[in-house]
Design a protein around this ligand. Structure first.
Ligand SMILES: *Cc1c(COP(=O)(O)O)cnc(C)c1O
Length: 235
């Protein structure tokens, strides 16, 4: 676990991030209402999610199943937990039905494992498809060429509700690298939407280092961790 900053420091970071989201939105003529800030509490104690809750956030993101389930178990407040980190298919059963939304669905195999687990629970699961839009070998996500088949599978699975796409931009000092990745994700979403006649309203893209570029390219969910809770020494 990483040490957490005090709540006043969190609140001033949150105000600054919200200001920057507002500036990006007005700079590109978008409404702030269409961009949601998802605080990423991974590696921080449960108090990080409590800070977010008290500040009015109804959802937080986690990247590891066990860490997230531990936090859910010890929390006594209502919170929507979203899984944003890689999900191995052998952990699909653990995750099924426990998260408000799973943003990291990146293979047909994972989707099938998830739906098998959900069938037993008579529950549906909101998901995003994680696409490796930047074709970065260091990143998870289905290749853009595989996204059609994955979406089709999701649409044909009654307990799965696909709501959009998620990506993580390649690490780079050059902001145009992230921009290309985000623009690509938006194009993929538009193509899939047209081809399959499904809305796919959500584009989850942008983190602390690149959320402004992501908003300019159409992001509807920005996932911010260190920008809100401080640097992570441990991952
Ligand atoms: C850690 C993480 C984030 C947040 O990263 P920061 O750079 O700390 O804002 C966003 N998305 C995913 C998938 C992550 O794992």
């Amino acid at each position: 676990m990483n040490a957490l900053i005090d709540e006043a420091s969190f609140l001033s970071k949150l105000a600054r991030i919200n200001d920057r989201i507002g500036e990006s939105c007005s700079g590109c003529g978008r409404s702030e209402k269409n961009v949601r800030l998802l605080p990423i509490t991974k590696t921080f104690p449960l108090e990080a999610a409590e800070y977010a809750k008290r500040a009015g956030c109804s959802a937080v993101g986690e990247n590891r199943v066990h860490e997230a389930l531990d936090k859910m178990r010890s929390s006594s407040f209502a919170m929507e937990w979203e899984l944003v980190g890689h999900l191995q298919s052998n952990k699909a059963k653990l995750a099924a039905g426990r998260f408000a939304r799973i943003q990291s669905i990146d293979s047909v195999k994972l989707l099938r494992r998830l739906s098998t687990a959900l069938e037993g629970q008579n529950q549906s699961q909101r998901i995003l498809l994680q696409v490796n839009a930047g074709k970065d070998p260091a990143k998870f996500g289905i290749n853009p060429e595989g996204a059609d088949a994955l979406l089709e599978e999701a649409m044909n699975t009654s307990c799965i509700e696909p709501e959009g796409l998620m990506t993580i931009a390649p690490l780079s000092d050059d902001p145009s690298v992230a921009r290309r990745c985000f623009a690509r994700l938006r194009e993929i979403k538009e193509r899939l939407s047209d081809r399959f006649g499904i809305a796919l309203p959500e584009l989850s893209m942008g983190m602390t280092a690149d959320f402004e570029v992501a908003i300019e390219e159409g992001s509807t969910i920005v996932r911010v961790g260190s920008g809100l809770f401080g640097e992570r020494k441990f991952t």
